[in-house]
Design a protein around this ligand. Structure first.
Ligand code: ADP
Ligand code: MG
Length: 369
């Protein structure tokens, strides 16, 4: 490394480098990674803005972790580039990049207390003792753990251990924090609480978060934007509402939310044209009166209820359409829904606003909007 290239081993305080570098926090161009015959990442272009809470969402094996590891420098790209704040870091070692990673398994030192764990990285970087302590306490305050500084990891709950791991990454004040399924080991209630807290912490510290998850609810709840991964490629990038309300492909429609597709003869008869159409289950109304004419701007279809699932807050109806195809309908359980199961076998009319059924691409890549 030449002397005028600033190494990230001794980063300046965040405030001093607000405008250091140009370009987005992370920029990936034609990024590919093969392991022998396996193509894990198949050519990805992506810009992540500064201060963004960005999620990479996709099923297991879709290439999310490999992308994260290439941003961190643990894996080198087979081809393509990784830029951080406008600087090409594709060939740099992890410690030369202004990023930190939080893993699912925490990887805390069991023999060190909490503050020792948080300070560790600064000790390696020879930050003086008093300064180290001050910054570690600040990081612990950020994750609301200052009271537990003297405990050992074994004396903490799973959620608390995850916070220590977070503090340990934040103490380095990286420009970008990479998180690989960090809440995956927590039970549902705790995970939901941590989702909200993590988002608050991200807002407070203003660091760009790149968050990997296979959990659609998690991605929808926390993110400014989401990239949906499928088989080494990104199918769609958008805000949670864009990805949910306007999935670009049948894959996205199915992976984010419930897949509710009309195709073939069903689509031709109900929508009036060929193609694959997505409709979210909660956008559909169930009417037992078949004779009511469709209102302006509405689409309707008749069918038979083949299943009713009572789920407390909601009731779900499976309806086989006369035109062919099957749709799920989810309704808020506003009354007692005691009569809902009796609808099984009934003839019903499904009604939705036209703009709620929209064409999606069948395969990967191209979008039809
Ligand atoms: P995800 O994080 O979305 O579950 P990964 O990035 O871990 O996906 O994996 C993507 C693909 O690359 C998978 O098929 C996986 O088996 C493969 N893969 C990942 N890392 C390696 C490796 N070190 N060696 C061989 N294959 C790998
Ligand atoms: Mg992974």
């Amino acid at each position: 490394m030449s002397p005028n290239q600033a190494p990230s081993v001794a980063p300046a305080p965040a405030g001093d480098r607000e405008d250091a570098g140009t370009g987005p926090a992370v920029r990936l161009r034609a990024l590919r990674k093969s392991f022998g015959a396996v193509t894990a990442v198949d050519g990805i272009d992506l810009d992540i803005a500064r201060g963004e809470f960005f999620s990479m969402l996709g099923p297991s094996g879709s290439g999310k972790t490999t992308v994260l590891r290439m941003i961190a420098g643990f894996e080198l790209p087979t081809s393509g580039t990784v830029e951080l704040a406008g600087r090409d870091v594709s060939r740099l070692a992890p410690f030369q990049r202004d990023v930190n990673t939080v893993f699912q398994d925490y990887a805390l030192f069991p023999h060190m207390n909490v503050i020792g764990n948080v300070e560790y990285g600064l000790r390696v970087k020879r930050v003086p003792r008093a300064r180290r302590r001050e910054r570690a306490l600040e990081a612990l305050r950020t994750v609301r753990l200052q009271e537990l500084a003297q405990r050992k990891p074994g004396q903490l709950s799973g959620g608390q251990r995850q916070r220590v791991a977070l503090a340990r990454a934040l103490v380095n004040r990286p420009r970008v924090l990479l998180l690989d399924e960090p809440l995956g080991a927590l039970d549902l209630k705790l995970r939901q609480a941590m989702q909200i807290e993590l988002k608050q912490i991200q807002r407070e510290v203003g660091i760009t978060f790149v968050f990997v998850t296979h959990d659609q609810d998690e991605a929808l709840t926390m993110s400014d934007r989401i990239a949906v991964f499928n088989d080494g490629l990104i199918e769609q990038v958008g805000t949670p509402a864009e990805v949910y309300e306007r999935p670009a492909s049948a894959f996205v429609a199915g992976f984010v939310g419930t897949s509710n597709l009309l195709s073939g003869r069903g689509a031709e008869q109900v929508i009036g044209s060929r193609g694959v159409y997505s409709i979210r289950p909660e956008k559909i109304r169930v009417d037992t009166d078949l004779a009511v004419p469709a209102r302006d701007g509405e689409t309707g279809a008749t069918g038979t209820v083949t299943g009713v699932v009572y789920a407390g807050a909601t009731v779900r109806y499976e309806v086989a359409l006369d035109a062919g195809g099957q749709l799920s309908v989810v309704r808020q359980n506003e009354g007692t829904a005691a009569g809902a199961p009796a609808l099984e076998g009934s003839r019903v009319r499904l009604v939705w606003r036209q703009e709620h059924s929209f064409r999606v691409s069948e395969g990967s890549g191209e979008t039809h909007r």
